[in-house]
Design a protein. Structure first.
Lengths: 215, 215
DNA sequence: CGCATAATGTACTAAATGGTACATTTGTCA
DNA sequence: TGACAAATGTACCATTTAGTACATTATGCG
């Protein structure tokens, strides 16, 4: 994985980027699985090609590593959002596509969702420390705002839409779908999480959102 | 709190119920605050009138205590739901009241929400072990089902409503509102969590739900 | 009253866990 | 080539943490 070419004598070569990436990837999995307090540094080490020494060398301490994991996870979301090209569609269609993307992205990235939930358990204390993330995340709202403006101009959207509330609505459904799957499934059965169940759910969310913005 | 009348000589009296309740209450707070792995038995002991000895005497081990906490939390929800008297209202009004209750209950009981989230991080492994909870929670759906039936009979609800999906919709909004408050507030500002913001949000959710079931 | 059992106090332990000290090697650049 | 900083290996430590051993007291019951 890290493709380190071992030296014949000593068995190792310098490869800082790969080592860093390896740690980060493994730590993401471990923290997402067990949380910050539950995630063991020793387990991360074990599942890595490197040593505990290197974690502290690159990330300072456990919290530093966790913060790096969190920042990387949020950065990936943004990259995903940027890949959409909503300007090619009329407002209703663009909104639908944004909701669908959000739904699918969360479903496909449960580790991201788990990290968000874990961060909420910690009352977002680490998120607050991150200058990077806070600035990063306003773009999601921008896209929505643009869609709403277009929709109003086209005469299809209400004029009094609060796009932060709209974003809240979209996120709540799409995130809950992943974050609370385990308990919901246990209590109310797995029908919603079957392939058709998910398709229906997505359709339901899209139409609820469209309904909400429509005149 | 526990109102234990101390013996003059030895400084203690038997008071099993109060001790058990004291432990449970404190453990609820500690686990809700820090999670299962993050919640320290020693901290629970410190914030309790009793000793560590008693925790293990009554609950076996840390997991047993956590499970007891979880079961008690779910039991309280049910008690709250039973206090509603939805049969006194027409279907649309009853639905609105159920949604409003759900919204308010979650907002007023963040510890319950946090426990649910923590349980989801653990993939509901403890919930699965609890015979009590699983049977308990089907009543929420029953209420909804009854409302839907009435609504159809009154000619105001669509006939093809999936009440589990409907319950999903209600729960996702009301739970997300509390569970993800920290990160959402940090990223998008606190307007939604101001008093009027919450009122507006609740109204928005109610009307979205009503819209969804209406013909 | 005396006895059996439930309830509680006190002190302790083994293991897990985050973190570090110290030595060594690798790569770069003059 | 040689020196110097960056990168890595190895072994170790102090503390925290869940859990327990053992003794003692309270209380109900015949």
């Amino acid at each position: 994985m890290t493709s380190k070419i071992k030296s014949r004598k000593t068995g190792w070569h310098q490869n800082p980027d790969a080592v860093r990436a390896d740690i980060l990837k493994t730590a993401t999995q471990v923290f997402a699985e067990h949380g910050l307090s539950g995630g063991r540094v020793d387990e991360i080490v074990r599942r890595t090609q490197t040593s505990k020494r290197m974690i502290y060398y690159y990330f300072g301490d456990k919290n530093g590593l966790y913060l790096a994991v969190l920042e990387a996870a949020y950065a990936r979301v943004r990259a995903g959002e940027d890949a959409l090209h909503l300007e090619d569609f009329d407002s209703m269609e663009a909104l639908a596509r944004l909701v669908e993307f959000t739904f699918d992205y969360h479903a496909a990235n449960p580790d991201y969702v788990r990290l968000v939930m874990i961060e909420n358990i910690h009352r977002a204390t680490h998120l607050k420390k991150s200058d990077t993330i806070t600035q990063l995340n306003l773009t999601a709202i921008d896209k929505l705002e643009q869609i709403c403006r277009d929709g109003v101009a086209e005469g299809r959207f209400r004029e009094d839409i609060d796009f932060i509330a709209l974003h809240w609505m979209i996120t709540s459904s799409c995130l809950f779908n992943v974050s609370n799957r385990s308990t919901f499934e246990q209590l109310y059965g797995g029908a919603i999480y079957s392939p058709e169940g998910q398709v229906n759910l997505k359709r339901m969310i899209v139409s609820a959102i469209q309904n909400h913005v429509a005149i």
